[in-house]
Design a protein. Structure first.
Length: 410
């Protein structure tokens, strides 16, 4: 912990902001799929989630470009303002007086755009003020903070989302305002004007800024594999909640009623506690193993665990599936991050990071389609599709690792 106080002030503030965002966001975000399924049905919910993912993808690409044109701080301010506005709109549409799920969706869409727009600037700022010596510690600390926030937030959401949604959304608005105030009054700019390119802020200029990444075939293949990995990871927020809401066999444990929404909370808590307690131990073991093997085992366990969960309806087998998929996450995530860093062009870390961030919404788009197709595919069909996607993702990531490094044209 003493190392935390030696970090750049922006990094310290960033870590505080991440904890606050994840803590409050986890009370509502994972449960919104259940909310949409209740009002719109599984098919339309999948299409709505598709729209959200597309918006996040486009906002991330443009936000990465504007982080270099405007600087990090201004881009973060604009994105955070959108987050505040989106949460405020959703709160007003779920007051004790009336509920409007259609405008609620628009509010969360605006929030997603805000997060997508600000994310590349936040990542770039972290890289600006960190060093190769402390960067690994910073990412490890942020990963740990995220899991602690998810653990607390999921517990609150599982128990209070159904009956106290307005109060949870009010807390989200307050938290977003606190983060915006931190950016405005405490965060300092890390990318001075004299270092910024003279590119236009136009959309076409943003498109051209990513051409070099697209020329790197090795990184493109890796990114395709990352889309598959994102589909796997996203199941906790997409098809798994829908499956539990519709198929889980409610039960009573220790006098507490466990229905689908609360089972999702139990599985999320299991995942988070295991990551917090076991990441260090498992990390030491897997660092001694070949990267390729660690990556493959981790992804196969995670994808297989989710596919297994889709076939189960009772709490004990689902808890076992949660343990399997979490072990896969613990094993695979460090290997995945290491390979991503190894494949980046060291002269264009920011651009490559922005491109990687833009791949996540693509994976979420496909994950949302699984929700829409689930009434036709049924649980077995969705599980089979996820297994095939997992195998494909492992193949692409390992193929990218074996490809020769990209050489820039002179």
């Amino acid at each position: 912990m003493s190392e935390f106080f030696t970090l750049n002030r922006n990094l310290q503030l960033r870590i505080v902001m991440v904890f606050l965002s994840v803590l409050l966001g986890s009370t509502v975000g994972p449960n919104m799929t259940i909310y949409y399924v209740r009002y719109f049905g599984a098919f339309w919910t999948g299409l709505l989630l598709l729209v959200v993912s597309v918006a996040g993808f486009l906002a991330g690409l443009y936000g990465g470009h504007m982080a270099d044109i405007w600087g990090r701080k201004r881009t973060m301010m604009v994105g955070s303002a959108g987050i505040v506005g989106g949460y405020a709109l959703a709160m007003l549409m779920n007051s004790p007086l009336f509920v409007n799920p259609y405008v609620t969706f628009f509010g969360f869409l605006l929030t997603t755009v805000g997060y997508g727009f600000a994310d590349p600037a936040e990542e770039a700022m972290l890289i600006d003020v960190s060093t190769p010596q402390n960067r690994q510690f910073i990412y490890a600390l942020i990963y740990w903070i995220i899991n602690v926030g998810v653990m607390i937030g999921a517990a609150l959401g599982g128990w209070f989302f159904r009956d106290y949604l307005f109060e949870l959304l009010l807390a989200l608005v307050i938290g977003a305002l606190v983060n915006l105030s931190i950016i405005v009054f405490l965060v300092s700019e890390t990318f001075p004007k004299e270092k910024r390119p003279t590119h236009s802020p136009s959309v076409w200029s943003a498109v051209k800024s990513y051409r070099n990444v697209l020329r790197d075939r090795r990184y493109v293949v890796f990114s395709l594999g990352m889309i598959g990995a994102t589909i796997i990871f996203s199941q906790a927020d997409y098809y798994l909640p829908a499956h539990l809401a519709e198929s889980f066999h409610s039960t009573t444990l220790f006098g507490v009623s466990i229905y689908g929404q609360r089972m999702l909370s139990v599985m999320t808590l299991t995942n988070t506690v295991m990551v917090i307690l076991l990441m260090g131990v498992i990390g030491k073991i897997t660092r001694e193993l070949p990267l390729r093997r660690t990556l493959a085992v981790g992804l196969l366990m995670q994808g297989g665990g989710f596919a297994l969960a889709f076939l189960l309806n009772d709490w004990a087998p689902l808890l076992a599936a949660a343990v399997i998929l979490t072990m896969g996450e613990i094993i695979g995530v460090p290997a995945n991050q290491t390979l991503r860093a190894d494949l980046m062009n060291p002269k264009q870390i920011g651009t490559y990071s922005g491109f990687s961030a833009a791949m996540r919404p693509i994976g979420m788009i496909i994950a949302s389609l699984l929700v829409s197709l689930s009434p036709f595919l049924k649980n077995y069909g969705v599980a089979l599709v996820l297994v095939l996607l997992t195998i494909g993702a492992v193949y692409l990531l390992l193929r990218a690792e074996a490809m020769p490094a990209y050489e820039e044209e002179v």
